[in-house]
Write a protein that binds this ligand. Structure first.
Ligand code: F0G
Length: 353
């Protein structure tokens, strides 16, 4: 049967009624791929859910299709969000599809090139502020309270409703919930959404519950250290967030699931960023790789036993951030004359080396 997106597939689990437009860009139904090499190397049973295969290249499409459909249903004509990039790409795309005006507020110079390209192409009105994500979010929250504009950040509960569907898919793809669900944490909406999804599916289908392991970048690790980071910094710009809006929900998910919030360094993130692409053929953006970096760290610390079944969420596509790829990859294109012999000689030299 043709896949027609989340609102149709999961309408029984979502706030979809006869007035809700069945908006879709055929989001969801993303692959769950076993990482064979890393599973062997690390002695675990490791899978990744490649959320970068969603229509705008990140998990945000799951939440945005729901939030924009409800905004449309409620008669709103304008949506607004703050974003480190992916939310703005998804909001802009779904707003375009639904015929709504879209305003995005982004931190100047701190969003990846691909994400900016998307917002521009989907026709959003883009406001770049000399501030960080937390400041942008505070601003749009205030604006949406006084103007008749719908806020589509993850503090909009419909966002988490849409995002919880990824947990349903994992249970269906694996046959049950994994032992551990690992994911990067920024504003902490996604970890809260997954936990809600696992609980709801378990209630109806007894699919089991995972322990939730969230990973912040160590330069933006508010929940780990239980304090706001006024000046969050990390190479993983998607999770460069110092005051997560869903802090409380995330803490609850961690407690209820007997999970753990931990931090990883930029170096650890970049190491997994390269390793995932070059050894498994999967290219995810830096923030996504915090999940694998975190698993590796906890394996080395003995916090994760061998043979554990783990699903790591790769939240965004690697192509979102071409500059990081070029900057942090050890591979540089070699420039040679347009001459077959020169190229052949070079290849032989490399093989012998
Ligand atoms: N991974 C990626 C690729 C993201 O873009 C984000 C959040 C996260 C992880 C963290 O998810 O915020 O639910 O904990 N990006 C937001 C944005 C903040 O504006 O695109 P979270």
């Amino acid at each position: 049967m043709r896949w027609e997106g989340l609102l149709k597939a999961y309408k029984d689990y979502l706030p979809v009624n006869e007035h809700t437009p069945l908006l879709t860009l055929n989001e969801g139904n993303t692959p769950l791929i076993r990482l064979n090499k890393l599973s062997d190397e690390w002695g675990i049973d490791l899978y990744v859910k490649t959320e970068g295969t969603n229509p705008t290249g990140s998990f945000k499409d799951r939440g945005m299709v729901m939030a924009i459909a409800k905004a449309k249903e409620e008669g709103s004509d304008t949506v607004i969000c703050a974003s480190t990039g992916n939310t703005s790409a998804a909001a802009a795309a779904y707003a375009a599809r639904a015929g709504l005006r879209c305003i995005v507020v982004i931190p100047e110079g701190k969003i990846a090139m691909g994400k900016l390209a998307q917002a521009v192409m989907y026709g959003a009105e883009i406001i770049s502020i000399e501030g960080n994500f937390d400041e942008a979010l505070a601003m749009v929250r205030r604006i949406s309270e006084t103007e008749s504009i719908t806020l589509v950040n993850s503090v909009n509960p419909y966002r988490l409703e849409g995002q919880k569907t990824a947990a349903f898919e994992i249970c269906d793809q694996l046959g049950s919930a994994p032992d551990i669900l690992a994911l990067p944490v920024g504003n902490a909406g996604n970890i809260s959404a997954y936990w809600k999804g696992f609980k709801e599916y378990h209630e109806g289908k007894e699919t089991g519950l995972p322990r939730m392991h969230g990973f912040e970048a160590d330069g933006a690790a508010a929940i780990v250290h239980n304090r706001i980071f006024e000046h969050p910094e990390t190479v993983a710009t998607a999770i460069r967030i110092g005051n997560p809006a869903s802090w409380h929900l995330a803490t609850e998910a961690l407690r209820e699931s007997a999970g753990k919030i931990d931090e990883v360094s930029d170096e650890e993130i970049l190491c997994m960023y390269r390793k995932l692409a070059s050894s498994e053929g999967i290219f995810a953006e830096p923030a996504s790789c915090a999940s694998l970096a975190g698993i590796y760290k906890q394996l080395r610390n003995g916090e994760i036993p061998h043979q554990t079944r783990i699903v790591a969420i790769l939240t965004g596509n690697g192509l979102k951030d071409p500059n990081s790829a070029i900057e942090y990859s050890p591979v540089q294109p070699i420039v040679l004359p347009n001459d077959m012999f020169a190229v052949a000689e070079h290849i032989k030299g490399v093989v012998r080396a």
